[in-house]
Design a protein around this ligand. Structure first.
Ligand code: TRP
Length: 372
């Protein structure tokens, strides 16, 4: 049977079967036992974990073993700066911030402006490099610790990064890159080399501090192929395999597919005005019925509703409230228009507050940036 979805670092489309993806990629499920173990350390659970939006991992149990022995890990995540940030991008960062708070650990944040230059035909180095600093404001706005967070552009931290990337490159064959990423003879050689750069932050702190430090990478699941390579190569260089936790994609507002920068109506951008937010949410795909009468009789379908999805992932973190609205929907007691209004108000409030913090971040940007 033909697969109905594609998940690679360069393309995500179709209706994703996350259980199948776990099998295909060789990931482990984040099960209730592991969730309980996280809770032992954090006291409470983040909704993104409790609701299993972060659904899979590699070696998270090992990270906790080491942590319990007093061997702290560091966090590593990143962003391919190819344009404005939207809500979908924030999801892994929001959990990363929570993990930094709860475990009191460093975050190393990579801006892959080189990657986006290689992969986006119409973007120049100046474009992706300036997006890197613009997007960094969205990261800082989420409240990462100033003295424990390092953000760097691949171009502007290249003297440090390139030296380490060369070590990875020397151990990595073209045939592996081709098999993992599906590149071919016609791919530009920047694309082939790039994955080496994405491996570097997984061991850079170990170099800096002169001792092996475990690394935990929170990321959306499409990035896993890169870290499969890191896990293969890093032990050959004398480092630990990086551990990781994988999130699903925030679905777009329209039917099917993730929130995507290329389909503007499907995504809510940080820069969207109140009016745009209202308009986009008004057009969102819901689980409502064709007629009012039918909906009152049969009820709505939260399982397929994008508005409910947004409540679930980002905008209704109170379990009781979420359950209540779900039940009211299913019994026909609340209609789509009302849910959309609730979501709209919450999104606008979030964005307005975020944009304020983003302005403040401009003043402290250089406290977070590494350059050489
Ligand atoms: N390649 C990623 C992207 O296009 C950016 C990235 C670099 C990243 N390092 C990472 C993402 C580590 C997650 C974790 O978005």
């Amino acid at each position: 049977m033909k697969k109905k979805y594609i998940v690679t670092p360069w393309e995500v489309s179709g209706e994703i079967d996350y259980d199948k993806l776990i099998e295909e990629f060789g990931l482990k499920k984040i099960d209730d036992k592991l969730i309980d173990r996280i809770k032992e350390h954090t006291g409470e659970l983040h909704p993104l974990i409790k609701r299993k939006f972060f659904f899979a991992h590699r070696d998270l149990d090992w990270i906790l073993d080491e942590y319990e022995k007093g061997n702290k890990f560091f966090l590593y995540t990143g962003r391919g700066p190819s344009g404005d940030t939207h809500l979908g991008h924030l999801v892994p960062w929001i959990l990363t911030k929570w993990l930094q708070d709860k475990f009191d650990v460093e975050l190393w944040f990579q801006m892959t402006d080189d990657e986006k230059f290689y992969f986006k035909e119409d973007l120049s180095i100046e474009d992706t490099n300036s997006f890197a600093y613009d997007n960094a404001l969205d990261v800082i706005a989420l409240g990462f610790k100033e003295n424990k967070t390092y953000i760097f552009s691949d171009f502007d931290y290249a003297r440090t990064l390139y030296r380490e990337a060369a070590k990875v490159a020397k151990k990595l064959n073209f045939s592996t890159v081709r098999a993992v990423f599906g590149l071919d003879e016609s791919s530009n050689v920047g694309k082939i080399f790039f994955t080496c750069m994405q491996s570097v932050p997984a061991f850079l702190p170990s170099i800096k501090y002169g001792k092996n430090i475990p690394c935990l990478i929170p990321h959306a699941v499409d990035q896993d192929p890169h870290f499969r390579i890191s896990r293969d190569i890093l032990p050959k260089l004398g480092f630990y395999k990086p551990a990781s936790i994988q999130s699903m994609f925030l679905p777009g507002l329209l039917k099917g597919g993730k929130m995507s920068s290329s389909i503007k109506e499907s995504a809510i951008f940080i820069s969207d005005s109140d009016n745009e937010v209202d308009k986009k949410i008004k057009n969102a795909f819901t689980g409502g019925r064709d007629t009012l009468k039918e909906q009152k009789e049969k009820g709505g379908r939260p399982e397929i509703c994008m508005v409910f999805n947004y409540f679930n992932v980002l905008f209704m973190w109170d379990d009781k409230e979420l359950n209540e609205i779900k039940e009211r929907c299913k019994s026909g007691g609340i209609l789509c228009g009302e849910c959309k209004k609730i979501l709209s108000e919450r999104v606008k409030k979030f964005l307005n507050e975020h944009r304020k913090k983003r302005e403040d971040a401009k003043k402290k940007l250089n406290k977070f940036i590494l350059k050489d």
